[in-house]
Design a protein around this ligand. Structure first.
Ligand SMILES: NC(=O)c1ccc[n+]([C@@H]2O[C@H](COP(=O)([O-])OP(=O)(O)OC[C@H]3O[C@@H](n4cnc5c(N)ncnc54)[C@H](O)[C@@H]3O)[C@@H](O)[C@H]2O)c1
Length: 262
């Protein structure tokens, strides 16, 4: 078991076909107790019940991660319930509020920064003091191949995810001495609500059927298919575990050999 007796906080878990859900199940399968949160909560009873059935403890909390006070409440509750936090997976994100660069309003930029970047920033600031006291921990941030290999029409998203990578590297540098590791995963097209939402937008922009837009993503990587949430979650679990004990400050692609983007 890679995460035996660890406690993990995972954000953005309310979708059964999402990466956060898959990460929560996989962390529990590897021995962790889990705190899950999201600003939508209708599926979270079901998720925590699944984790209970695996023999591990799980609690869910409602939180809009763009609000620092709500983030701090999640971390306080995690400590109150479990006494320690060993793993933080900053997974929640949005891909809405994007468009051609000159048409992007300040509000669109702010929304992407607030959720995709500042939400993770708030969590790191709240969790790191606990990890420091405990003698270490692992942070995994869900960035995107869209950060490192941008395409047109996604500047707010790309900018927010690139900021996330910058934060992750800064934390790795500053807290290596405290045995805290910080890494990013950079997924390519993963078949989730958010991923398929991207295809919906492509279909509208190119005026093509949705199915055709879904297929376009398959041509953007050398394996010729979408990835599954579990394939991305496996990388999160690896980075969260002692298997990755000498890996920090890294951004690792999970994109089937993505060939699109700059
Ligand atoms: N699917 C892809 O192709 C892809 C590719 C690269 C990166 N990503 C990143 O992966 C992460 C997970 O996305 P996913 O694809 O599994 O989709 P998803 O829609 O299942 O996950 C996003 C989750 O974040 C939650 N969320 C959004 N705003 C929030 C907020 N303000 N507070 C709390 N929770 C909030 C949503 O409710 C949702 O459950 C995101 O950060 C996304 O940017 C996705």
């Amino acid at each position: 078991m890679l995460l035996k007796d660890k406690v993990a906080i995972i954000t953005g878990c309310n979708s059964e076909i999402g990466m956060g859900w898959a990460a929560a199940i996989k962390c529990a399968e590897q021995g962790a107790d889990v705190v899950v949160c999201d600003y939508r909560t209708d599926q979270l009873d079901q998720l925590t019940a699944r984790i209970d059935a695996l023999g591990h403890r799980a609690i869910w909390l409602r939180a809009d991660i763009s609000d620092q006070a709500q983030v701090e409440r999640v971390v306080d509750k995690a400590i109150e319930t479990f006494g320690h936090i060993d793993v933080l997976i900053n997974n929640a994100g949005i891909a809405s509020d994007n468009g051609p660069f000159l048409e992007c309003s300040e509000e669109m930029l702010d929304r992407n920064i607030a959720v995709n970047f500042k939400g993770a920033w708030y969590f790191c600031q709240a969790v790191i003091p606990h990890m420091r006291k405990q003698g270490g921990g692992a942070i995994v941030n869900n960035a995107s191949l869209n950060a490192t290999r941008p395409v047109a029409g996604w500047a707010p998203y790309t900018t927010s995810k690139m900021a996330l990578i910058g934060m992750s590297k800064s934390i790795a540098y500053e807290f290596g001495v405290d045995n805290i590791r910080s890494n990013c995963i950079a997924p390519g097209p993963i078949r989730t609500e958010l991923g398929l939402g991207g295809s919906r937008r492509v279909a509208e922009e190119l005026d093509i059927p949705f199915d055709e837009a879904v297929k376009l993503a398959e041509h953007a990587n050398v394996l010729g298919r979408w990835g599954s949430p579990g394939e991305a979650a496996d990388l999160m679990v690896y980075l969260a575990s002692d298997m990755a004990s000498f890996v920090t400050g890294s951004t690792i692609d999970v994109g089937g050999g993505f060939v699109a983007g700059l």
